[in-house]
Design a protein around this ligand. Structure first.
Ligand code: OAD
Length: 235
Protein backbone atom coordinates (compact mmCIF):
# COMPACT_ATOMS: atom_id res chain seq x y z
CA UNK A 1 0.00 0.00 0.00
CA UNK A 2 1.35 3.45 -0.90
CA UNK A 3 1.76 5.34 2.37
CA UNK A 4 0.70 8.82 1.36
CA UNK A 5 -2.32 10.98 2.10
CA UNK A 6 -4.40 9.03 4.53
CA UNK A 7 -7.65 10.60 5.63
CA UNK A 8 -9.68 9.21 8.50
CA UNK A 9 -13.21 9.94 9.57
CA UNK A 10 -14.24 8.76 13.01
CA UNK A 11 -17.62 8.68 14.71
CA UNK A 12 -19.11 7.75 18.03
CA UNK A 13 -18.22 4.06 17.56
CA UNK A 14 -14.52 4.77 18.06
CA UNK A 15 -15.24 6.04 21.58
CA UNK A 16 -17.93 3.47 22.45
CA UNK A 17 -15.52 1.06 24.11
CA UNK A 18 -14.19 3.91 26.25
CA UNK A 19 -17.69 4.11 27.72
CA UNK A 20 -19.20 7.03 25.78
CA UNK A 21 -22.65 6.42 24.36
CA UNK A 22 -23.14 6.47 20.60
CA UNK A 23 -26.05 8.37 19.09
CA UNK A 24 -28.07 5.76 17.27
CA UNK A 25 -27.25 2.36 18.74
CA UNK A 26 -29.77 0.37 20.77
CA UNK A 27 -32.73 2.64 21.56
CA UNK A 28 -31.62 5.43 19.25
CA UNK A 29 -31.29 7.87 22.12
CA UNK A 30 -28.21 9.81 23.10
CA UNK A 31 -27.96 9.58 26.88
CA UNK A 32 -31.76 9.48 27.12
CA UNK A 33 -32.48 12.22 24.58
CA UNK A 34 -33.22 12.28 20.88
CA UNK A 35 -30.19 14.07 19.35
CA UNK A 36 -32.59 16.48 17.68
CA UNK A 37 -34.02 17.54 21.06
CA UNK A 38 -30.70 18.68 22.50
CA UNK A 39 -28.60 19.35 19.43
CA UNK A 40 -30.45 22.01 17.44
CA UNK A 41 -30.54 25.81 17.62
CA UNK A 42 -34.30 25.48 18.11
CA UNK A 43 -33.87 23.25 21.15
CA UNK A 44 -31.43 25.78 22.60
CA UNK A 45 -33.83 28.66 22.00
CA UNK A 46 -36.71 26.72 23.57
CA UNK A 47 -34.91 25.42 26.64
CA UNK A 48 -31.35 26.71 26.95
CA UNK A 49 -30.92 25.36 30.48
CA UNK A 50 -31.75 21.81 29.38
CA UNK A 51 -29.26 22.00 26.52
CA UNK A 52 -26.55 23.52 28.74
CA UNK A 53 -27.15 20.86 31.39
CA UNK A 54 -26.97 18.11 28.80
CA UNK A 55 -23.59 19.28 27.44
CA UNK A 56 -22.31 20.15 30.93
CA UNK A 57 -22.92 16.51 31.92
CA UNK A 58 -21.11 15.24 28.82
CA UNK A 59 -18.17 17.60 29.52
CA UNK A 60 -18.03 16.60 33.19
CA UNK A 61 -17.91 12.91 32.18
CA UNK A 62 -14.80 13.30 30.03
CA UNK A 63 -12.24 12.93 32.86
CA UNK A 64 -13.93 9.64 33.79
CA UNK A 65 -13.18 7.96 30.45
CA UNK A 66 -9.90 7.00 28.84
CA UNK A 67 -8.78 6.64 25.22
CA UNK A 68 -8.98 3.06 24.00
CA UNK A 69 -6.78 0.91 21.77
CA UNK A 70 -8.35 2.35 18.61
CA UNK A 71 -7.49 5.96 19.56
CA UNK A 72 -3.97 4.91 20.50
CA UNK A 73 -3.45 2.96 17.26
CA UNK A 74 -4.43 6.00 15.16
CA UNK A 75 -1.92 8.12 17.10
CA UNK A 76 0.72 5.45 16.45
CA UNK A 77 0.03 5.68 12.72
CA UNK A 78 0.21 9.45 12.84
CA UNK A 79 3.61 9.24 14.52
CA UNK A 80 4.87 7.48 11.36
CA UNK A 81 2.91 9.34 8.69
CA UNK A 82 3.04 12.86 10.11
CA UNK A 83 1.35 15.37 7.80
CA UNK A 84 0.35 12.58 5.40
CA UNK A 85 -2.37 11.69 7.89
CA UNK A 86 -5.42 13.78 8.66
CA UNK A 87 -7.94 12.69 11.24
CA UNK A 88 -11.41 14.20 10.95
CA UNK A 89 -13.72 13.36 13.80
CA UNK A 90 -17.41 13.94 14.29
CA UNK A 91 -16.88 13.34 17.98
CA UNK A 92 -16.93 16.21 20.44
CA UNK A 93 -14.93 14.30 23.05
CA UNK A 94 -11.17 14.73 23.41
CA UNK A 95 -10.15 11.06 23.32
CA UNK A 96 -8.17 11.30 20.07
CA UNK A 97 -6.01 14.06 21.52
CA UNK A 98 -5.61 12.23 24.81
CA UNK A 99 -4.71 9.08 22.85
CA UNK A 100 -1.80 11.01 21.31
CA UNK A 101 -3.20 12.33 17.99
CA UNK A 102 -2.22 15.87 17.05
CA UNK A 103 -3.65 16.33 13.56
CA UNK A 104 -7.33 16.22 14.53
CA UNK A 105 -10.11 18.30 12.98
CA UNK A 106 -13.37 18.39 14.92
CA UNK A 107 -16.06 18.64 12.28
CA UNK A 108 -18.82 18.96 14.92
CA UNK A 109 -16.92 21.03 17.47
CA UNK A 110 -15.58 20.19 20.90
CA UNK A 111 -17.06 19.79 24.36
CA UNK A 112 -14.02 21.44 25.87
CA UNK A 113 -14.55 24.68 24.02
CA UNK A 114 -17.11 27.41 24.64
CA UNK A 115 -18.40 29.89 22.06
CA UNK A 116 -19.63 33.35 22.99
CA UNK A 117 -22.69 34.27 20.94
CA UNK A 118 -22.11 37.88 21.97
CA UNK A 119 -18.67 38.47 20.45
CA UNK A 120 -17.94 35.19 18.63
CA UNK A 121 -14.83 34.40 20.67
CA UNK A 122 -13.91 30.83 21.62
CA UNK A 123 -12.43 29.71 24.89
CA UNK A 124 -11.00 26.45 26.22
CA UNK A 125 -13.60 25.31 28.74
CA UNK A 126 -13.63 22.46 31.24
CA UNK A 127 -16.33 23.56 33.71
CA UNK A 128 -20.07 24.10 33.26
CA UNK A 129 -21.89 26.67 31.14
CA UNK A 130 -25.29 26.19 32.79
CA UNK A 131 -24.49 28.93 35.32
CA UNK A 132 -24.08 31.39 32.41
CA UNK A 133 -20.52 32.48 33.23
CA UNK A 134 -19.30 35.73 31.62
CA UNK A 135 -17.33 35.55 28.41
CA UNK A 136 -13.62 36.15 29.21
CA UNK A 137 -13.41 38.44 26.16
CA UNK A 138 -16.54 40.62 26.28
CA UNK A 139 -18.23 39.78 29.61
CA UNK A 140 -21.57 38.79 28.05
CA UNK A 141 -23.34 35.89 29.75
CA UNK A 142 -23.94 34.20 26.42
CA UNK A 143 -21.52 31.30 26.29
CA UNK A 144 -22.80 28.18 24.53
CA UNK A 145 -21.16 24.82 23.83
CA UNK A 146 -18.81 25.17 20.85
CA UNK A 147 -20.46 22.31 19.02
CA UNK A 148 -22.23 22.09 15.67
CA UNK A 149 -25.93 21.46 16.00
CA UNK A 150 -28.25 20.09 13.32
CA UNK A 151 -28.92 22.88 10.87
CA UNK A 152 -25.57 24.58 11.52
CA UNK A 153 -22.55 24.59 9.24
CA UNK A 154 -19.89 21.99 10.14
CA UNK A 155 -16.44 23.27 11.01
CA UNK A 156 -13.19 22.97 9.03
CA UNK A 157 -14.77 21.95 5.72
CA UNK A 158 -12.39 24.21 3.79
CA UNK A 159 -9.51 22.09 5.07
CA UNK A 160 -11.28 18.76 4.71
CA UNK A 161 -12.53 18.91 1.09
CA UNK A 162 -9.13 19.42 -0.54
CA UNK A 163 -7.74 16.49 1.43
CA UNK A 164 -10.60 14.24 0.30
CA UNK A 165 -9.67 14.98 -3.28
CA UNK A 166 -6.04 13.91 -2.90
CA UNK A 167 -6.46 11.08 -0.37
CA UNK A 168 -4.89 7.79 -1.42
CA UNK A 169 -6.69 6.02 1.40
CA UNK A 170 -9.89 7.09 3.12
CA UNK A 171 -10.89 5.15 6.21
CA UNK A 172 -14.15 5.60 8.13
CA UNK A 173 -14.31 4.20 11.66
CA UNK A 174 -17.34 3.81 13.91
CA UNK A 175 -19.78 6.04 12.10
CA UNK A 176 -23.28 5.13 10.92
CA UNK A 177 -23.09 7.17 7.72
CA UNK A 178 -26.39 8.97 8.11
CA UNK A 179 -25.33 12.53 8.96
CA UNK A 180 -24.09 14.67 6.08
CA UNK A 181 -21.70 16.06 4.97
CA UNK A 182 -19.53 13.46 6.75
CA UNK A 183 -21.62 10.58 5.40
CA UNK A 184 -20.63 11.63 1.88
CA UNK A 185 -16.88 11.75 2.48
CA UNK A 186 -16.35 8.12 1.43
CA UNK A 187 -18.19 8.66 -1.83
CA UNK A 188 -16.22 11.83 -2.55
CA UNK A 189 -12.86 10.24 -1.76
CA UNK A 190 -13.73 7.17 -3.84
CA UNK A 191 -14.76 9.28 -6.82
CA UNK A 192 -11.37 11.03 -6.68
CA UNK A 193 -9.60 7.68 -6.69
CA UNK A 194 -8.97 6.87 -3.03
CA UNK A 195 -8.98 3.33 -1.77
CA UNK A 196 -11.77 3.30 0.82
CA UNK A 197 -11.94 1.26 4.01
CA UNK A 198 -14.74 1.01 6.56
CA UNK A 199 -14.09 -0.32 10.06
CA UNK A 200 -17.35 -0.58 11.98
CA UNK A 201 -19.28 -2.85 14.29
CA UNK A 202 -21.82 -3.39 11.51
CA UNK A 203 -21.99 -2.31 7.87
CA UNK A 204 -22.96 1.36 7.73
CA UNK A 205 -25.54 3.02 5.50
CA UNK A 206 -22.78 4.02 3.10
CA UNK A 207 -20.83 0.74 3.08
CA UNK A 208 -21.41 0.27 -0.69
CA UNK A 209 -18.98 3.13 -1.32
CA UNK A 210 -16.14 1.28 0.41
CA UNK A 211 -13.70 -1.13 -1.23
CA UNK A 212 -12.93 -2.92 2.01
CA UNK A 213 -15.57 -3.27 4.75
CA UNK A 214 -14.55 -4.94 7.99
CA UNK A 215 -16.95 -5.50 10.85
CA UNK A 216 -16.06 -5.81 14.52
CA UNK A 217 -15.16 -3.69 17.53
CA UNK A 218 -12.90 -0.72 16.88
CA UNK A 219 -10.43 -1.74 19.58
CA UNK A 220 -9.73 -4.92 17.60
CA UNK A 221 -10.10 -3.74 13.98
CA UNK A 222 -8.20 -0.47 14.16
CA UNK A 223 -4.95 -1.72 15.77
CA UNK A 224 -4.93 -4.70 13.39
CA UNK A 225 -5.45 -2.48 10.33
CA UNK A 226 -2.79 -0.02 11.49
CA UNK A 227 -0.38 -2.94 11.90
CA UNK A 228 -1.16 -3.98 8.32
CA UNK A 229 -0.48 -0.47 7.01
CA UNK A 230 2.76 -0.10 8.96
CA UNK A 231 3.84 -3.61 7.97
CA UNK A 232 3.37 -2.92 4.28
CA UNK A 233 5.16 0.43 4.69
CA UNK A 234 8.29 -1.38 5.87
CA UNK A 235 8.34 -3.81 2.93
P1 OAD B 1 -23.90 6.92 15.43
O1 OAD B 1 -24.39 6.63 16.80
O2 OAD B 1 -24.90 7.34 14.40
O3 OAD B 1 -23.20 5.62 14.86
C1 OAD B 1 -22.24 4.93 15.60
C2 OAD B 1 -21.67 3.84 14.72
O4 OAD B 1 -20.64 3.19 15.46
C3 OAD B 1 -22.67 2.76 14.34
O5 OAD B 1 -22.54 2.49 12.94
C4 OAD B 1 -22.25 1.53 15.16
O6 OAD B 1 -22.45 0.32 14.46
C5 OAD B 1 -20.77 1.80 15.35
N1 OAD B 1 -20.22 1.22 16.57
C6 OAD B 1 -20.78 1.12 17.80
N2 OAD B 1 -19.93 0.56 18.67
C7 OAD B 1 -18.78 0.31 17.99
C8 OAD B 1 -17.53 -0.28 18.32
N3 OAD B 1 -17.26 -0.71 19.55
N4 OAD B 1 -16.59 -0.38 17.35
C9 OAD B 1 -16.85 0.04 16.09
N5 OAD B 1 -18.00 0.60 15.71
C10 OAD B 1 -18.97 0.73 16.64
O7 OAD B 1 -22.72 7.99 15.57
P2 OAD B 1 -22.06 8.92 14.45
O8 OAD B 1 -22.03 8.23 13.13
O9 OAD B 1 -20.79 9.41 15.01
O10 OAD B 1 -23.88 14.99 15.14
O11 OAD B 1 -23.09 10.11 14.40
C11 OAD B 1 -22.85 11.17 13.51
C12 OAD B 1 -23.40 12.44 14.07
O12 OAD B 1 -24.76 12.29 14.41
C13 OAD B 1 -22.79 12.89 15.37
O13 OAD B 1 -21.57 13.56 15.24
C14 OAD B 1 -23.83 13.80 15.92
C15 OAD B 1 -25.01 12.91 15.70
O14 OAD B 1 -26.22 13.41 15.74
C16 OAD B 1 -24.26 16.14 15.73
O15 OAD B 1 -24.53 16.23 16.90
C17 OAD B 1 -24.33 17.30 14.77
Amino acid sequence: MDIRNFEFLTGAGVSAESGLATFRDADGLWEGHRPEDVATPRAYARDPSLVQRFYDERRAALPEVEPNAAHVALARLEATLGDDLLLVTQNIDDLHERGGSRRVLHLHGELRSALCTGCGSRHAWTSGLGTWPPCPSCGANEMRPDVVWFGEVPYRMDEIWPRLQVADVFCAIGTSGVVYPAAGFGETAASYGARTVELNLARSEVAPWFDDVRTGPATVLVPAWVDEVLGSAQQ
